[in-house]
Design a protein around this ligand. Structure first.
Ligand SMILES: [Zn+2]
Length: 436
């Protein structure tokens, strides 16, 4: 990692000059000779052109001729010293804008940037020493150079040729007409790209092309980054299928738990639905009933590829309805509390706030009205909160066996026939149309 102790380490530096006014640009050699501390080394290892088949000559891209960062990961720190407030208003603003630029690269190829916080370390490679920290800093640069990026690589190792191991950026605090453009370009250098031979790319620049001021990556930039890191990792995968109950069930729009990153489209007339979930997602898709069709919740674990899940809807409300807020889930904290509240004789006002996520019954009155079904799980003379209610609530909470029946005195309830877990479980599954 240390360029002074590793005999085969190399150091290069690359600059971006303001491309807005070509007439005042220094020549390419001027820029590089001012910026580079190891120009001879740079030229010896620079401008390696890879040909990418089948497109051939037209899709060549230029890197330093080294591999990118190991692990496709760049951890970095920011040094706020010498920031010019007219270029960036605060430390947080600068970090956010750098992360925005990094995000454009991460969206285009499989490179991840990990921000480790601020540092007082300088961009050490600018003084010819490696400190093992990738630092983005501000400092005075000459003329209309807006930024300089330094990279080091070490190797070759058993696995192959040189791998980048440190990259530092210095942003000019004296001159910059568009700091976002500079950041996007310099970060391209940071991750291992040299100046392109394709004009009008973010990475255009001497000696083969001239600088431009772009704030979005072009096809050539993307191809170059993918040459080093490959295409972006799969970030989203699809779940799709049909929802039928004899015929297709239309209008089912699944909700997801957890919901972050999940989007679904409602089922069409054929019952076809689709969802997009984050790669690796584990969770549940659920839905209120639609036109009398109850939709069983669908549970998924670690979805990493396109998945088909066909759903058979159920007809009618069971004689024991445990999903009283109608969100497709049977949950003790909402449905269970509502059912117990009804057994205790509480009025509709006591049911406000008991709707779970995605519930179709959202008001206290609607939930109150949904708690009229048969909850006499013990089969006794009447329905009691202390026996039927607690047994149901415990079962809804995932309890089984004597954890459901302990201490409830079920055998003392007049007329009770279901006093064991086996009998209670059977009644719940049969009468409530669920699976306990
Ligand atoms: Zn450059």
């Amino acid at each position: 990692m240390n360029i002074r102790s590793c005999a085969v380490s190399l150091l290069s530096a690359f600059a971006l000059a303001n491309g807005l006014a070509a007439a005042v640009l220094p020549t390419p050699d001027d820029v590089d000779s001012k910026a580079a501390s190891s120009q001879a080394v740079q030229q010896a290892n620079d401008f390696i052109i890879h040909l990418s088949s089948p497109e051939g000559e037209h899709s060549k891209f230029i890197t330093y001729g080294w591999n990118g960062f190991a692990g496709k990961l760049i951890s970095w720190r920011y040094n706020d010293a010498n920031r010019n407030a007219s270029f960036s208003s605060s430390s947080a603003d600068a970090v956010l804008r750098l992360q925005t630029a990094m995000g454009k690269w991460s969206a285009a190829c499989n490179i991840t940037f990990q921000y480790l916080g601020t540092t007082t370390n300088p961009a050490s490679l600018s003084t010819g020493s490696a400190d093992g920290v990738n630092v983005i800093a501000w400092g005075p640069l000459s003329g209309n150079t807006t930024g300089v990026t330094y990279v080091t690589a070490s190797g070759p190792g058993p696995a192959g040729p040189f791998t980048l191991n440190e990259s530092d950026i210095v942003l000019n605090n004296l001159f910059n007409p568009n700091v976002d453009v500079t950041m996007l370009h310099e970060i391209g250098h940071m991750l291992g790209l040299d100046h392109s031979d394709v004009q009008s790319a973010v990475m255009s620049g001497p000696p083969l092309t001239t600088y431009v001021s772009l704030n979005a990556l072009t096809a050539d930039d993307i191809a170059g980054c993918r040459a080093l890191y490959g295409a972006p990792a799969v970030t989203a995968v699809a779940i799709s299928g049909t929802i039928t109950n004899g015929a297709g069930v239309a209008g089912v729009n699944f909700c997801a738990r957890p919901s972050a990153g999940v989007t679904c489209t409602a089922s069409n007339a054929s019952g076809a639905y689709s969802c997009t979930v984050p790669n690796g997602w584990s969770g549940t898709l659920h839905s209120p009933s639609v036109a009398g069709n109850r939709i069983p919740p669908q549970v998924f674990a670690s979805v990493t590829s396109a998945t088909t899940r066909n759903v058979t809807a159920l007809s009618g409300v069971p004689s024991c309805n445990l999903d009283v807020d109608n969100n497709g889930l049977i949950e003790p904290a909402t449905d269970g509390v509502a059912i117990l509240s009804r057994m205790l004789g509480l009025g509709a006002a006591a049911f406000n706030g008991l709707a779970g996520t995605c519930a179709a019954n959202t008001t206290g009155t609607a939930i109150f009205n949904a708690t009229t079904s048969n909850y006499n799980v013990t089969g006794g003379a009447s329905t009691f909160a202390a026996t039927d209610g607690l047994a149901i609530l415990r079962a809804m909470s995932g309890k089984t066996g004597t954890d459901v029946t302990n201490g409830l005195g079920l055998t003392r309830e007049a007329g009770a026939t279901n006093t064991s877990w086996v009998a209670i479980q059977s009644w719940l599954n049969t009468t409530c149309g669920s699976s306990f």
